[in-house]
Design a protein around this ligand. Sequence first.
Ligand code: SF4
Ligand code: SF4
Length: 143
Amino acid sequence: MANFWENKTLSELTQNEWEQLCDGCAKCCLHKVEDEDTGIIYGTNIVCQYLNTETCQCGNYTERSILVPECVTLKNDNLEQVYFMPSTCSYRLLAEGKPLPQWHPLVTGHKDSVHDSGHSIRGKVISELEADDIMHHLTGEWE
Ligand code: SF4
Ligand code: SF4
């Protein structure tokens, strides 16, 4: 029998399946900068102050959209927002008709595989509360 993420569209997922699909990478909690002249978006290594950078979990998940208005709560009814997610984001991959990567916790059966494989932000970021000028923290074009 095929796995749920292989035989359903995003809009067909149950709430539980939707939550399971998140790989826990926390890349969506990184700050981004748009070049006003070119429209190009650059990633940074600065992360939202509410993120626990060890667990990669939001420290205030239920109130996140109130505390951080630009925090995107992806749902079935705002799927167009998925293209602002990083290219490895599970929701974006499925929206683009791509498979989940081999390191995804649903594929490996281990929740830490996203960290062990180096695909989460763990150990690579600085809190917005500690960072200096954001232009010193650019990591390249956002993909
Ligand atoms: S980028 Fe996507 S898969 Fe990664 S934590 Fe954010 S919502 Fe989950
Ligand atoms: S409020 Fe939570 S989910 Fe939103 S960007 Fe900050 S840490 Fe991430």
